[in-house]
Design a binder for this molecule. Sequence first.
Ligand code: DGL
Length: 269
Amino acid sequence: MNLKYRKMTSPIGIFDSGIGGLLIAKEIKIHMPNEYIIYFGDNANMPYGEKSKEFIKKCSMKIAYFLYKKNCKAIVIACNTMVTNSLDIIQKEFCKKILIFNVVEPVIKTLVSSKKVGLMATPATIRSNFFKKEIEKYFHHLNLDLIQIETPLLAPIIENGLDKKKINSVIESYLKHLQSIDTLLLACTHYLFFKHEIDSFYHGKVRVIDVQKIVVQYIQKKLHENNLLSIHSTKNPIFYTSSSASSFFQKQVKLIFGKEVFFKQNTRF
Ligand code: DGL
């Protein structure tokens, strides 16, 4: 179906390898409470950060197609690892049919006032070189320094909701490599759960980018421009996972969306 046949009341599909995209869903709920959200967390294949480019491409295309078949008016790739490894093929396949948003492009543009940017991401994101290329594309005339570090331990322990103290000590051991920066980009949506702790680590001296805010403002603007913002409240959100949803995932969803939510496990995925 073509984009022009999508309706305001059609759902927004959001996807990630697990819980990371929930904070994007939360921000959408706060600023666009009438939107009908369908979420997909590919927890059977998590962590994507350890997978090959081919694997990430194949799985993200499958999820995008799944959400497209649910009649979504827009999809949000709420996973940096999927964006940096498969945005091009998703755009090629779906750009005329559906609006495509992602958690990387709107964020990169906000780096204009930075001089030394630290970036934490999964190994597959760093390997893709996506951020480096995009920054060179937009800011080649500026003297912008980018320090990227792979933080492979983080997403899996956050996904499993292990104790906060342990997660904080892992985060601190990584942040030691990112001193003397003026801006920090948490380039994995799982890490956004710890933005507050990371802010305190730097005592407010480093700008930790507000990824969900920037991304959702952009989505709202584009939905409005396309006459696709929902003005009446629609259905309760649905949360799909490719393997059973952990109690931590379910707890987070209920904290954000209350009790009126549906969980579905897509075993054929
Ligand atoms: N949330 C994902 C991201 O933004 C990564 C987690 C994973 O490795 O699956 O990169």
